[in-house]
Write a protein that binds this ligand. Sequence first.
Ligand SMILES: [Ca+2]
Length: 211
Amino acid sequence: MSSLLAVVALAGCAGCGDLGSMRSCAIRGELAVGPGIVLVQPGTLYGGEVRYAAEIGPDGRFRLELPDGGTHGLMLVVGEGYLYLPIEVEVGCDADTVVAARDGRALTASDDADLGDNPVLTAPRVTVGPAGQAVSVDAADPDGDLWRVFAHPVGSSIARPLTPPTDIVDEISPDGRYTGAGGLDAAAWLLVAMDHSCSTSDVLRVEPTTE
Ligand SMILES: [Ca+2]
């Protein structure tokens, strides 16, 4: 089954003035498909580190509050198969910046036609210990172009790259057990791996277990 996701980013801010404590810089998603995850980089697309994320609901909706407005790169992981859609938006701070599906307009991304080269996540675990919650998961990429594995505590705006088992060489991350994210607590976590071809793993939703 194949479907098209058409997305247009609508700037919701004409000017980010002195709004004091009412200032809120947020991205609101009204996509046609879900569930999934959106990962966000401050600055231009691929120009910075992924720091923020939000869960995309089954109805394709999400809302993500950011500390600042301005240019942000988004990676939307939704739809049949997993091929993320990269877009760049200007985030305003006097009204939500809306990212919405509009059939036949603006940016489009087809679903992934070849799932055989996608990264795969297995054996996810979120354990609860004296130092807080710790996340671990096995990652493997069939054609060896794994980029990063990210963890997102659901309900927060945080995205964290998990630590690979060995060094990242020439921006290619190794297969193996990824770990990290101590010091954060959540009722559930989302885990996703991305490669250099915009393919992704399944988005895993994992609840903590007490050891
Ligand atoms: Ca791959």
